[in-house]
Design a protein. Structure first.
Length: 382
C-alpha cells in the first residue's frame, strides 16, 4: 500500500510532525519508519537525566505501540532505510520496499568524531540517543571522574548535570571560552564561573591528542603537553546533519538537506525537517525551530501550502547552576555586544550601529526575561 505520507525518523521532529498532522486530519494514512524501537522520549532530557536519577526506561514517555495507537499510524521499528528511489517513489529498507506519496526526512544528526589517537579511542563515548544514554549510564556505574570534550551547549549541560549528581567533572575545549559559538567572552565567563562553583574544572585552548588506558581509568594527553586523568571520556563536540541518504538519492545537500520555505527538497515529493534540514542557509538543531517547521509542514501536507517562518527563538540552556537563555545574532551581521552584569545576573545585547538589537544573552537572574527580549528581535525568516 502506498501511504500518502511517510516519515523517516521517530525523534522529536518525526513525532511532532505526526501530531501536527493528526490535528488537521485524523484519517490520512501515515507511516513512520524508525531505525530503533521507535519509543517516544525527549532527547533534550538526555543531558539532564543523571541528577534526576532517570533510567533509560524512565525517560521513555510512550512506547511505539502506544504512539501508533494515539496517532492512528503505522510505525515500523528496527527498520533500516537502505536507499531512496524518488523516481519510483520507493523507500528501500532491510524489510523490503515501501511505496510513498510524500516522504519526510526527519533523521536528525550524528555526533562529530573527536579524532583522538590511540587504541583506546573507541572508548570515547557520546550521547545522541537513548541507547547511547543507556550505555553511558552503564559505563558510569561505580565511577566518579568524567572528562567532557567540548564546552558547547551539550557539553555544559552534561557538565552541570553530572556535577550535580556527584561526579568529578573536567571540561576541555580548543576555544577560548565556553559556548564560544553562541556567546561573547563576558557572558561566557559569567557562565563558566557559576559552573566552576559546582566543582567543574575547565581547561580551555587545548585539544585532546591521545587516549591511554591506566590501572585506574584513562589518561588523555592534550595539545599543550599536559594530561588529564578520568574514568569516562564523553565527547560533546557537536552534531553533523544526517545527509548521506539524501545525497545518495541525488537530492541537493550542503551542510544539511537543502529545502525551500515549504521544507521541500530538490524533489518536490520529498521534504526534510529538524536537525537534518537546511533552510535558507540555517541549520538549527533546537526544539523551537522543529516546532515551527512541523506546524508549517503539516499544513502544507494536508493541502494548505504554508511557508516556514522563524521568529526569534531563544535557546534555553539547561544549566541550573547558571540559568541561561541565548539568542545569537544572525551570522555576518555587524554590531557589538553591550553587557550589564551584577552578582546574580548578566544581560548582553547584540546591537547594530543603527541601534537595532539582533541578539541577546540572559544569564542567572536575567534568564526569565527571555520572552520580553525575544519580542524585540526581528524574525530570522519572516
Amino acid at each position: 500500500m502506498s501511504f500518502p505520507i511517510n516519515i523517516i525518523g521517530t525523534g522529536l521532529a518525526g513525532y511532532t510532525l505526526a501530531r501536527e498532522l493528526r490535528k488537521l486530519s485524523r484519517d490520512l494514512p501515515l507511516r513512520l519508519i524508525s531505525g530503533d524501537a521507535g519509543d517516544f522520549y525527549s532527547k533534550p532530557m538526555l543531558s539532564n537525566g543523571f541528577s534526576a536519577n532517570k533510567t533509560p526506561e524512565q525517560l521513555v514517555m510512550k512506547p511505539a505501540a502506544r504512539m501508533a495507537e494515539e496517532l492512528n499510524a503505522e510505525i515500523l521499528p528496527h527498520t533500516r532505510v537502505l536507499g531512496l528511489d524518488h523516481g519510483a517513489r520507493l523507500i528501500k529498507t532491510d524489510n523490503g520496499d515501501l511505496p510513498y506519496g510524500h516522504l519526510v526526512l526527519a533523521m536528525g544528526a550524528d555526533p562529530f568524531e573527536v579524532g583522538i589517537q590511540g587504541a583506546e579511542a573507541g572508548d570515547v563515548l557520546h550521547v545522541n540517543d537513548i541507547g547511547d544514554y543507556a550505555r553511558f549510564r552503564e559505563r558510569l556505574a561505580g565511577k566518579k571522574r568524567v572528562i567532557i570534550i567540548g564546552s558547547g551547549l551539550i557539553g555544559c549541560e552534561f557538565a552541570n548535570d553530572l556535577a550535580t549528581a556527584g561526579f568529578q567533572v573536567k571540561v576541555l575545549d580548543l576555544a577560548k571560552w565556553p559556548l564560544s559559538r553562541m556567546l561573547p567572552e563576558a557572558p561566557a565567563r559569567f557562565l563558566q564561573a557559576r559552573l566552576e562553583e559546582l566543582g567543574i574544572r575547565f581547561r580551555m585552548e587545548v585539544a585532546p591528542v591521545q587516549l591511554y588506558r591506566t590501572e585506574t581509568g584513562f589518561s588523555l594527553s592534550l595539545s599543550d603537553g599536559s594530561a588529564m586523568d578520568g574514568d569516562i571520556i564523553l565527547s560533546a563536540i557537536g552534531l553533523r546533519p544526517r545527509i548521506a541518504l539524501a545525497e545518495a538519492a541525488g537530492l541537493t545537500v550542503r551542510r544539511g538537506i537543502v529545502v525551500d520555505r515549504f521544507l521541500r527538497c530538490s524533489d518536490a515529493n520529498v521534504y526534510a525537517l529538524g536537525d537534518c534540514a537546511e533552510v535558507e542557509g540555517h541549520v538549527l538543531p533546537f526544539v523551537l525551530p522543529i516546532m515551527q517547521g512541523a506546524r508549517a509542514l503539516a499544513a502544507t501536507l494536508t493541502g494548505t501550502p504554508t511557508p516556514l517562518v522563524y521568529p526569534a527563538m531563544p535557546i534555553v540552556v539547561k544549566t541550573p547552576g547558571c540559568p541561561a537563555a541565548l539568542c545569537p545574532p544572525p551570522a555576518g551581521r555587524v554590531g557589538e555586544w553591550q553587557t550589564e552584569s551584577s552578582a546574580s545576573g548578566l544581560t548582553a545585547r547584540f546591537v547594530t550601529p543603527e541601534g537595532e538589537m539582533l541578539g541577546f544573552a540572559l544569564l542567572g537572574d536575567a534568564a526569565p526575561q527571555r520572552q520580553r527580549f525575544a519580542a524585540q528581535i526581528p524574525a530570522l525568516i519572516a
